[in-house]
Write a new protein. Structure first.
Length: 136
């Protein structure tokens, strides 16, 4: 199966796994997905993750993500996962114009010339780029 928008596929797989109450979600790997997974982990949105290398059966490699849920309410830690820039309508922003998500409580993932990073890091480095998605 060929996916036209791998980032939207990545976000949808996480969203669906959470709605079904799964603990682990497996996603075909790519460099941008690996970067996004590392950001989700660093920001405390997921418990842990592993990267499985390419095998003859699995040509792409695999990212396994352990989802994080609230201990008391059993609700997912990630409340919202929204794709901003799409293949049909790319959204770019300069360093000073990157939108703040819920007054800085959420994060925007930005693809910059210096790599994929959070909105805060992009502002600190004074680089703009493509607004991939936001998480809250």
């Amino acid at each position: 199966m060929h996916v036209t928008d791998p980032i939207a596929d990545y976000l949808t797989r996480i969203r669906n796994a959470q709605m079904a109450g799964h603990r682990i979600v497996e996603i075909p790997a790519s460099n941008i997905k690996k970067s996004m997974t590392e950001i989700l982990y660093d920001q405390g949105y997921i418990l842990k993750y592993t990267f499985e290398e390419k095998t003859p059966e699995n040509k792409q490699g695999l990212i396994k993500i352990a989802l994080k849920y609230d201990m008391l309410t059993k609700k997912p830690i990630i409340r919202e996962l929204v794709r901003v820039s799409r293949p049909g309508l790319r959204k770019f922003s300069g360093a000073g114009d990157i939108p703040r998500i819920i007054n800085g409580l959420g994060i925007m993932i930005v693809s910059t010339s210096k790599g994929v990073m959070t909105d805060k890091k992009a502002r600190d480095l004074n680089v703009g780029g493509e607004l991939l998605c936001y998480i809250s």
